[in-house]
Design a protein around this ligand. Sequence first.
Ligand SMILES: N[C@@H](CCC(=O)N[C@@H](CS)C(=O)NCC(=O)O)C(=O)O
Length: 109
Amino acid sequence: MVSQQTINKVKEMINEKEVFIASKSYCPYCKKAKSTLFKDYKVPESKALVLELDEMTDGRDIQDALYEITGQTSVPNIFIDGAQVGGNDDLQVLNKSGKLDQMLQKVVN
Ligand SMILES: N[C@@H](CCC(=O)N[C@@H](CS)C(=O)NCC(=O)O)C(=O)O
């Protein structure tokens, strides 16, 4: 069971920058999501916090906290302006509909 302290820490990290991504370095869905945000939309790296959970000693705790916060177990777990977008599937739906462009306007300009 993940501690309330960890949940609070993860909530703070989610709100730290405009974009938050809980990722795993080997995950193809994470790679696609990062490519969409950083290559296609050119989100500045300074405006994003990306955690590669598989490379962090407390990665498991962070993933458990994200489950408590969002109900989502998988990575990527993506947030824009503190609001959960979901996984890569959800990101690509927003991308195709043009909504992602709107959501990222103030982040990239
Ligand atoms: N439909 C999801 C698929 C994500 C997914 O399957 N991610 C894998 C890693 S590649 C995962 O989270 N596996 C469980 C885990 O790593 O704990 C998406 O588009 O984001």
